[in-house]
Design a binder for this molecule. Sequence first.
Ligand code: LLP
Length: 405
Amino acid sequence: MFDQTQLLELAATYGTPLYVYSADRVVEQYKSLYKYIPYSKLQVHYALKANYNVALLAALRDAGAALDTVSPGEVQLALALGFAPEKIIFTANNLKDEEVAEVKALGVLFNIGSISRLEKFGRAYPGSRVCVRFNPDVVDGENAATATGGDLAKFGILMQDVDKVVDIARQYDLHIVGLHEHTGSGLQHTESVFQSMKNLMGLAGRERFPELEFLDFGGGFKVPYKPDEAAVDYAAMGAEIVRLFEDFCQTYGKALELKFEPGKYMVAQAGVMLTTVNTLKFNRTRTIAGCDAGFPQLIRPVFYGAYHQIENLSNPDGERKVYDVCGNICESGDRFAEQRELPEIREYDVLAIYNAGAYCYSMGGVYNLRSMPGEVVISNGNAKLVRKRLSNQELVSNLLAESLV
Ligand code: LLP
């Protein structure tokens, strides 16, 4: 998808480490869901936690996307960028009362995932419209940290507590207009999507919830990370989703809106991080390629053991050798890849780390006081630097400016 010559040019122009995104690909991914899930009342809410780059958000806003937000900061950003409050769903967990008040005043719909918060919300804001999040009791995800259903998850209200939800709503005149579940990120089995839908729809009868306007089945659509990984058959999955949902709507007696909240699916493949190898080292059994970025700038391999494809852009036809691709942080675990076969790496070669569009920049930090990379967005073939990398002086003066010492 990325033109390798263009990536090398961008690395030369702006320096590395550098994130490069394709806004066109993000919008394509967004639109593809409307093709794969042919249901007239589908609304896709992009899970903005995956990547909050302002240029990508603007492209999605212009394409008509709605948003899933998880913090008051995300809601403030979405509103500042001109997303209408009606297009924003707020699915935070473990909120402080002050945060609830802040977001309530902004007019976005709350999606509440605990009995305790539902009750406090009802007491504070009787008569409100609200969405309720259930734990779908299906366990799936790319790894244990991203499975959000089942007994080990902190999210959602247990399905067995559905009558408590109804009682609280009655007591405080809450209008439950939506029900929600999110099973996990990077769902490994399409069957999990269907089973979670069935579980939520099993609770959603008209007698209990007469005012429903939508059901929201969260995110989690998987994308391939490894080169040989099979892609999900999204057309087949979408057809089954529509069949299940239309059946439900018929029983409910109303064509409800169908919502999904994908993050990874929308942006993962649309991003790449470029990093330059500055040091080669031979450590008895390992050849180490030392890069000018580390795990704070792209954390998924270290945090989740995630696989990210890497290419040597400067020497694509080099003889294949095995490397530990390491970062520049003072920790031994600081690796983007371990024992990875790659075309021969020479010092000053530029590497591309793929599928870096989701949960990479957004999970980043400045540990060891190294700035986050700059960000370039390609739109209609034109590349533009949309966020610069802070110089070391700027990083330090910001730190000192924030300091009250
Ligand atoms: N909806 C809710 C309520 C969520 O909690 C999430 C993700 C999504 C939607 C979007 O899920 P997605 O489509 O992106 O899988 N940092 C992890 C993923 C964490 C996902 C957190 N919640 C990773 O890099 O794999």
